[in-house]
Design a protein around this ligand. Sequence first.
Ligand code: ARG
Length: 226
Amino acid sequence: TAADQKEAAGKLVMVTNAEFPPYEYHDNNQIVGIDADIAKAIADKMGVELEIQDMAFDSLIPAVQSGKADFAAAGMTVNEDRKKNVDFTDTYAEAAQVIIVKEGSQIKTPDDLAGKKIGVQTGTTGDIYADDIENADIQRFNKGMEAVMALSQDKIDAVIIDREPAKVFVKENAGLVILDEAFTEEEYAIAVKKDNKELLDKMNGAIKELKESGELKKIVDKYITA
Ligand code: ARG
C-alpha cells in the first residue's frame, strides 16, 4: 500500500481531524497539538519522518484500514466496535464526554437530556452515546465547533463532546458552561492497521518511553494549563 511504501522509505503517514483543540488544530497552516507532538516524538524515536494529513473524523478508521495512512491519532477513544476494524496502541490519555449547555439552562445533569436537541460531531463517541438518550433529537456536525456555535445561537439545547475541546470552546464563546457531571469516562489511543504488529509494537515501545521519561506529561502540559 501507499503507507507501506512510505514507511519503507522512512516515513509514517498520520491522519487526524484537526478540529479538536488542544489535541489537534490548525495554527498558521500547521497542524499542531498534543497528538501532533506525541506522533512527532514517536516518529523521532523510530527514526522516521512524519507526515500529517487532515480529514473528516469518520474517514480516519477507513484510511487506516485501507493502508492510506499508517495510523490515526485524533483524541480517539478506544471502544469495542472500533477494535473490530483497527488495533489500538496502549492508551496515552484519560478523557471524558461532557455536556455543554447555555448558562441558566434547565439541563443540569445527563438525565435532563431526554427529549432534547443535542449536537455532536459525526462519528464520535458523543454521537454514539447520544443515540441512547431517550427521545433525543441528535444533530450531527462536521466539526465540534459548529455544534457549539449552534448551541450559542439557541438552535440546539446541548452539545456532547470531549472535555478538553469543550473547555477550549467554552472559553472562546461567552455564555456557555460545562456540566459538572461527565457523561462518560474514556481513554485515548492511536489506531493502527489491524495485524501490523511490527508498527504497533514499535509505537507502544515509544509511548512507554514517552511516559517513563516524563516527555508525554511535558507535551500535555504545554497545551493544557491546569
Ligand atoms: N474521543 C471522541 C471519539 O473518539 C472524539 C474524538 C474527535 N477527534 C477529533 N480529532 N475530531 O470519538
